[in-house]
Design a protein around this ligand. Structure first.
Ligand code: ADP
Ligand code: MG
Ligand code: MG
Length: 915
């Protein structure tokens, strides 16, 4: 085939000019249609106009490149030749769809027009040539509806209103006393077409063009235009998709799933997108078209018999009832089912990943309309990756690259506490797992308001549409009354890793009244409900949650990750409970144990206050004598839990005033306890207040002013460790000095600690080795790293403070304006979430280089919040850190990100490259 235009790619009849690697140009949909055509799968012929034309379109005020018009005409002629039908012919018209498709899938965000080419004249032709007037008028009514919506932009006047076309259909059904679209007669459909066009004429002031070529060009323009519609823009922002990618437009000959009961349309996955279980999984509707399945117009049917039975059981239907009323594709269309299985297998092998397919059956013949990598829950992603590796479809490294580290968080989602008695008020489909509770709201905008007020929210909708995205993003969970497992709500929620219960038919939702009714029960806006996305249960009130167990697939997957990674992983853990979680989630040590909380507990704070308010070293030592035994006991439990693994304990960091009484009443009480003068106490407290506490008397500066504080802490740590060693428990403490910026600071404090060490260990027969190191969180420490490393055993980058001080940006105060920076694109990322690779990263590089030069054996890690952020973990790998430390629940994320960093670093990319 000779190309007709550099920006147009034809496909069909067993050949194609494009291929799957050309997504950037053809969009995912266009590229994969071409690939399927090359594989000689049954794909209706068509052509794709490249994304470059979209960019041209936007750069040139809606104009097209030279020669495009002629080339589109030639390409249409090629379709005509392949099918023996003519576009615009009034007797046997060729109809096409005009489809959008970006580089990455943006499900439902952009627009598509079906049955294009129909006119008042050709609808009669279609009627005659098909011998099926119902089909012809159903197609025309769909065309008018989509053209009115997509091209002429006739939208509801208020966001909460129904789609005006759907409203007319609803009215017609009521008038005729029928429940479903397919029950409308030919005359009803004819009337609907007239009503649609009246509505369009009144609201838009023009009619649908009766020239198919004009229809085609208007639709192409509208689809390019849909790249910048509100919901697409919002989706891109949320998913970090650049605005300059553009969409491709695919013009494809129509096949018809609405020609009768031997026709159907459906969607299928090659593995279950919720669990990852291998086997075809999906839904279809006989005698239907396009989005009918997804839109939840009728109850969709299951594809495989096995899934059909499971579904019936879930719905409480008898097998006989199910077989009679809800026959699966496997039963109703056995030959098509076989073909579909074959094709699904072939595509999965070809693309080496789970596929999400769209298909149509026309008079018993299967046609493929789309294939793409299937979105899946985290549990499904892990299981599918493990099983695909076990099936040798991919290798282990490829399997590890298949799961987004951040997705793992979903697996660690809490589930409902089984001990708690829950009141189940309704049950829908378990569309996306997780257990959440929140305030009921009925619109996306309300969801945002409640979220901004800091309260958890559940978005309740009859069904969701792309207009609801911003509400779904901030909601804890989503509940819909309509739609199946492949409905908009279900697909989007799974993609977001959000809990979703869909198609809960028992709900009677009243948007205007702000209430939801189930039987006699009424739940109003603002009341709490709980959702269980794994069972589909909806409960009144708040049901407490517990932590989940890890599946065997997950364990296996994490084992592979551990074999691959070079970075060590530790946890930030302050309490024995944290330490248990750390071990459970695979920590190889504790990278940060903060001692502050040990000062706060009941019965402790008084002693701490005495210490702070002491007027001389003697008084202070007396107060500390009360604190040491308590701290020692804490250290014993944590060090025992972490036996054989290093535990980095940071000495007191926050400024002292944080521990002080807050008001006169507290001061009075403390004075009475201490037998001190309240007036004097108030004065001391006032003296401790700082203008800029972040840069004030904190961290090692406390140790310099009051060495007895750090000496006491060191004593508690070393005595605890020694006690355990005597029992034969391998305690491995590492004492960490915060906020060091100068070698002498470190030397002075390390000398104090060693002196305490000698006092304790000197007379003991049991040996104990311990290390002393520092946090690197002041820029100066990076520059002076060689000096400090010469006397320190380890460095741990405290990247929260380091980021704060490198940017000169207070983490607490910047929340007020950081969003402006992100909104205006001045910062790409929030530097407190994702480690800044440039400024902060460079300081770290300098610190590491200089530190290692002066002390080859120095161990270097990171203990800021960044330690659990995948991009930051990857940066740490490239910087050559020894380990990252993060909160226990982020450990699996860090382990996987570290493994991926190692794999990416090895540059053996060919093996896992996405096809
Ligand atoms: P989206 O990107 O929103 O999924 P699509 O372009 O895939 O939009 O179109 C939606 C649906 O319309 C498809 O799933 C398919 O069922 C139907 N469709 C699109 N093109 C055709 C066609 N040429 N013939 C029959 N059905 C089509
Ligand atoms: Mg599609
Ligand atoms: Mg700090």
């Amino acid at each position: 085939m000779a190309r007709v235009h550099p920006e147009i790619y034809f496909f069909g009849a067993g050949a194609a000019e494009g291929r799957t690697g050309m997504r950037d140009l053809l969009g995912g949909k266009g590229a994969n249609l071409a690939e399927m055509a090359s594989l000689k799968l049954p794909v209706p012929p068509g052509f794709t106009i490249s994304t470059r034309v979209c960019n041209y379109f936007y750069d040139h005020n809606g104009k097209y490149p030279r020669g495009l018009a002629e080339s589109v005409a030639k390409s249409v002629a090629r379709i005509e030749k392949a099918l023996g039908r003519k576009f615009g012919d009034s007797k046997n018209p060729l109809l096409v769809s005009v489809r959008s498709g970006a580089r990455v899938s943006m499900p439902g965000m952009m627009d598509t027009v079906l049955n294009l080419g129909l006119t008042d004249e050709s609808v009669a032709g279609l009627e005659a040539v098909s011998g099926n007037p119902r089909f012809a008028w159903d197609s025309y009514r769909r065309f008018c509806q989509m053209y009115g919506d997509v091209v002429l932009r006739l939208k509801p006047e208020d966001k909460n209103d129904r789609d005006p076309f759907e409203g007319l259909i609803e009215r017609k059904k009521t008038a005729r006393g029928v429940r479903e679209d397919i029950d409308l007669s030919v005359d009803d459909l004819k009337e609907l077409v007239a009503e649609f066009r009246d509505l369009i004429r009144t609201r838009i002031g023009r009619d649908i063009p009766q020239d198919p070529r004009e229809q085609l060009w208007e639709a192409i323009g509208a689809v390019f235009g849909s790249w910048n519609n509100e919901r697409a823009v919002s989706y891109r922002k949320f998913n970090n998709i650049p605005g300059d990618w553009g969409t491709a437009v695919t013009v494809q000959s129509m096949v018809f799933g609405n020609l009768g009961s031997d026709c159907a349309t459906g969607v299928a996955f090659t593995r279950d997108p919720s669990t990852g279980e291998k086997g075809i999984y999906g839904e279809f509707l006989p005698n239907a078209q396009g989005e009918d399945v997804v839109a939840g117009i009728r109850t969709p049917l299951q594809i495989s018999l096995a899934a059909g039975r499971k579904w019936a059981q879930f719905e409480g239907l008898s097998e006989a009832d199910r077989a009679a009323r809800f026959a699966t594709l496997e039963e109703g269309f056995p030959a098509v089912y076989k073909d579909l299985l074959k094709i699904a297998n072939r595509l999965e092998k070809h693309f080496r990943d789970m596929q999400d397919l769209e298909f149509t059956v026309e008079r018993g013949r299967l046609f493929m309309l789309q294939t793409r990598t299937g979105k899946r829950t985290a549990a499904a992603a892990v299981r599918a990756a493990v099983e695909m590796a076990d099936e040798r479809l991919i290798d282990r490294r490829a399997a590890l690259m298949r799961v987004e580290p951040i997705q793992l968080e979903q697996l660690l989602h809490p589930r409902l506490d089984p001990k708690f008695e829950k009141v189940v008020i309704a049950r829908g489909l378990p569309a996306s797992p997780g257990a959440v509770y929140g305030e009921v709201v009925f619109s996306a905008d309300e969801a945002v308001i409640v979220h901004q007020a800091g309260r958890p929210v559940i978005l309740v909708r009859i069904e969701t549409s792309p207009e609801d995205i911003h509400g779904m993003q901030v909601a804890q969970g989503i509940l819909t009354a309509r739609g199946g497992m492949t409905s908009h709500a279900a697909v989007v929620a799974r993609g977001m890793g959000k809990c979703c219960v869909a198609g809960c038919g028992a709900l009677d939702i009243d948007y205007t009244g702000g209430a939801l009714k189930v039987g006699d029960r009424v739940i109003r806006r603002g009341e709490y409900i709980t959702l269980d996305g794994s069972t589909g249960e909806v409960m009144a009130g708040r049901v407490p949650t517990v932590q989940p167990e890890m599946s065997d697939y997950f364990r296996k997957f994490m084992k592979w990750a551990d074999q691959e990674r070079d970075l060590g992983v530790r946890a930030n853990a302050d309490t024995p409970a944290d330490a248990s979680a750390a071990i459970e989630f695979g920590a190889e040590g504790i990278g940060l144990c903060r001692t502050e909380h040990m000062f706060f507990g009941p019965g402790r704070i008084e002693a701490v206050r005495e210490m702070i308010l002491a007027e001389n070293a003697e008084q202070r030592a007396r107060a500390l004598d009360k604190i040491i035994p308590i701290q020692r006991a804490d250290f014993v439990t944590i060090l025992r839990k972490m036996a054989g693994k290093p535990v980095t304990i940071r000495l007191l960091d926050p400024p002292l005033h944080e521990f002080l009484p807050k008001d006169d009443e507290e001061i009075g009480k403390l004075a009475a306890d201490m037998g001190a003068d309240p007036h004097r106490l108030r004065q001391i407290c006032a003296n401790l207040v700082e203008v800029n506490p972040m840069l004030g008397h904190r961290g090692s500066r406390l140790g310099i002013s009051h060495p007895e504080i750090y000496r006491a802490q060191a004593r508690a740590i070393l005595e605890a460790a020694l006690e355990l060693r005597r029992e034969g428990v391998n305690a491995m403490p590492e004492i960490m000095l915060p906020l060091i910026g100068e070698r002498k600071e470190f030397e002075f404090l390390a000398a104090q600690i060693r002196e305490v060490g000698r006092e304790i260990l000197g007379k003991s027969k049991t040996k104990l080795s311990y290390q002393i190191g520092t946090m690197i969180e002041v820029p100066r420490a990076c520059m002076e790293a060689d000096q400090i490393a010469a006397v320190a055993d380890f460095f741990s980058f405290g990247t929260n403070d380091l980021t704060q001080m490198t940017y000169g940006l207070s983490r607490d105060d910047s929340v007020k304006f950081l969003d402006d920076y992100l909104q205006r694109g001045v910062y790409k990322k929030d530097p407190f979430q994702e480690l800044d690779p440039d400024g902060v990263g460079d300081l770290m590089r300098i610190g590491i280089e200089r530190g290692r030069k002066a002390n080859k054996k120095i161990k270097i890690g990171i203990c800021g919040e960044h330690g659990g952020d995948p991009a930051s973990v990857k940066l740490c790998h490239r910087l050559g850190l020894d380990y990252v430390s993060c909160s226990p629940f982020r450990l699996p994320i860090a382990r996987l990100a570290a493994a991926q960093a190692s794999i990416e670093g090895r540059k053996s990319k060919r093996e896992f490259k996405d096809i």
